[in-house]
Design a protein around this ligand. Structure first.
Ligand code: ATP
Ligand code: MG
Length: 574
């Protein structure tokens, strides 16, 4: 089947990427040719125990993208089999995130816990076939008898209970007669298998806990390995796609389905996504949030989808990222710069330009009429003529960036300095005439002249300047909180630590810097989620903490890859 290249209005690829021969699509084509399946049906099966992250986006991209490519179906299924770790809050956030990514499960939103009764009946089938037994070993005894990768395990003394006794005990487990951990139901496979997962794995454990969906109906809960293939089978999934760590689980997935003789989907694994300068682990998100290193699961420093969305990432950029990294079999580390490039490219096309000043320095144009405010016509997005123009107020007093002035400019510093002329973007040429300092010697104000002949930014006499500065007019400037985000970790691999240290020691203390700056008035009350390119500063997105007239902007990404620049400088210094 041909895959179609579809692009949405932003020019970013939609769900059908032109991704011809990745190994999963090849395998599916082969299955269709050989008649093993005559249709394609995938699923995304998150456990509702955390927020989704960019690695899950890759999984969704693969599951949903492949279903679309083959004209098949896609299910969203919660693998909610563990009442101790799961919460309804996570169900909500996951639904929101998958929808935001743009995947459409139509009316097929499922919960594995709704299949508990069927799973229970299938467990009875295995007991009757002599393939499962109730075991009274404790969790400690169980792990002590599992053996090691090189030595076989020891068979449980309960392994050869009669079918009748097993059925009776299993029913009483379900009825709540036994305390947590007192008994398990185990598959009877092979205690000497080189694959430790096949050494009589646990299928059910007793957990007297309230389930977010089933309430107190159950006190025995299925394990992942027992449940997952059954869920896929019930839903008629053809290709059960998952990350690489499930490869060693596949023999067990197949074993359960074969023993039951029920419809048998095919599991195929793909490489897990790892990204530099960050972590993609639920456990670590919990540590970072609970330890106060970040401010919650949607902290824009985290690579959760909620965090990326709040930071200003678009679903289109994330899909483009997934397309670029492709699908491989072996795990690898992807440079976070690839993700940043995707959002830059997307926002360059569609984010309107605006002006903001991060570290304000006041300048006064001494020859500009006092009290006068003029409206300059400014192009919203040079990449997008349809975005039109806007009016930006200009006045005698303006803010520029402190960084754009040096009293004693070093070589190659072409911006403002005493006696020097530069361009104010979309406005006029100005010349610095006088530097005003406070008692401590800090520069607090510049007194400049402007050239009225240069309105719009060009000199009729053809004279050139070497720098163009952004600015905001003081009388109409709106104070804004600017949250500048950077990589969460200082090292590409956060686990690159000296003995005795942990990944937490690699946290970047400057991953968030808060600036109190100013923005032009026209954007101050934009709704949360509105994105801009602030000239020369980067792409920013209005945060949900903003109030009308009191803007708070998150920096999504800088205009260029500053880290690549830093690394280049370091290299040339070495
Ligand atoms: P855990 O098993 O610790 O709860 P998990 O990250 O595997 O965490 P799931 O909710 O089980 O979370 O994941 C749902 C799906 O997302 C699985 O199919 C899994 O293979 C896939 N997935 C999870 N992490 C990644 C990743 N980093 N890259 C690609 N796919 C991933
Ligand atoms: Mg998992």
């Amino acid at each position: 089947m041909e895959s179609a290249q579809e692009r949405d209005t932003t020019g970013m690829p939609a769900w059908r990427p032109d991704m011809p021969n990745d190994f999963i699509r090849e395998a599916i084509k082969e299955d269709l040719r050989a008649g093993r399946f005559n249709r394609v049906h995938t699923r995304f099966p998150p456990e509702p125990n955390a927020y989704l992250h960019i690695g899950h986006a890759k999984a969704v991209w693969i599951d949903y993208g492949i279903a679309l490519d083959f004209g098949g179906k896609f299910n969203l299924r919660f693998d909610d089999t563990n009442p101790l770790r799961e919460e309804a809050e996570f169900v909500e956030s996951i639904i929101e995130d998958v929808r935001w990514l743009g995947a459409d499960w139509e009316d097929r939103l499922f919960f594995a816990s709704d299949y508990f009764e069927q799973m229970y009946e299938w467990a009875q089938v295995l007991i009757r076939k002599g393939k499962a037994y109730v075991c009274d070993l404790s969790a400690e005894e169980l792990s002590a008898t599992r053996g090691t990768p090189t030595t076989p395990g020891i068979e449980s003394p309960y392994r050869n209970r009669s079918v009748e006794e097993n059925l009776d005990l299993f029913a009483r487990m379900r009825a709540g007669e036994f305390p947590d951990g007192a008994r398990t139901l185990r598959a009877k496979i092979d205690m000497a298998s080189p694959n430790m997962l096949l050494r009589d794995p646990v299928m059910y454990r007793i957990i007297h806990a309230r389930h977010h969906r089933q309430g107190d109906k159950w006190c025995i809960y299925p394990t992942y390995d027992w449940a997952h293939g059954l869920e896929d089978s019930i839903e008629g999934i053809t290709h059960s796609l998952c990350s690489q760590e499930y490869e060693i689980h596949r023999p067990l997935y197949d074993w359960f389905l074969d023993q039951l003789g029920i419809y048998h989907p095919r599991q195929i694994e793909f490489a897990r996504l790892n990204l530099t300068y960050t972590v993609l682990s639920k456990r670590r998100f919990i540590e970072l949030v609970n330890g106060g290193y970040v401010d919650g699961y949607d902290d824009p420093r985290l690579p959760t989808l909620a965090g990326l969305r709040r930071r200003g990432y678009t679903p289109e950029a994330i899909r483009e990222f997934c397309r670029r990294i492709g699908i491989a079999k072996t795990d690898s580390m992807v440079d976070i710069a690839v993700l940043e490039d995707c959002i830059r490219e997307d926002l360059n096309r569609r984010a309107p330009r605006a002006m903001a000043v991060q570290n304000p320095l006041k300048i006064v144009l001494v020859n500009y009429p006092e009290g006068h405010i003029e409206e300059l016509d400014v192009i919203n997005n040079p990449e997008d003529p349809a975005a039109g123009t806007r009016k930006v107020p200009f006045a005698r007093e303006l803010y520029i960036e402190q960084d754009d002035f040096r009293e004693e400019p070093p070589p190659k510093f072409y911006r403002l300095a005493p006696g020097r002329e530069v361009r104010l973007r979309n406005a006029y040429f100005i010349r610095c005439e006088e530097v005003v300092k406070d008692a401590a010697g800090n520069v607090v104000e510049l007194r400049c002249t402007y050239d009225p002949e240069t309105r719009g930014g060009d000199a009729p006499d053809g004279r050139k300047v070497k720098a163009t500065l952004h600015w905001v007019a003081v009388p109409t400037a709106v104070p804004a909180e600017l949250r500048l985000y950077d990589h969460l970790f200082l090292k590409p691999d956060p686990d690159d630590v000296e003995p005795g240290k942990t990944y937490l020691d690699n946290l970047n203390p400057n991953a968030l810097q808060v600036k109190h700056g100013f923005v032009e008035p026209g954007i101050a009350s934009a709704p949360p989620g509105t994105r801009y390119q602030f000239e020369r500063l980067g792409y920013f997105c209005m945060d949900r903490d903003a109030r009308p007239g009191a803007p708070v902007f998150n920096r999504t990404v800088t205009l260029r890859d500053t880290w690549a620049r830093i690394e280049k400088t370091l290299q040339s210094e070495r």
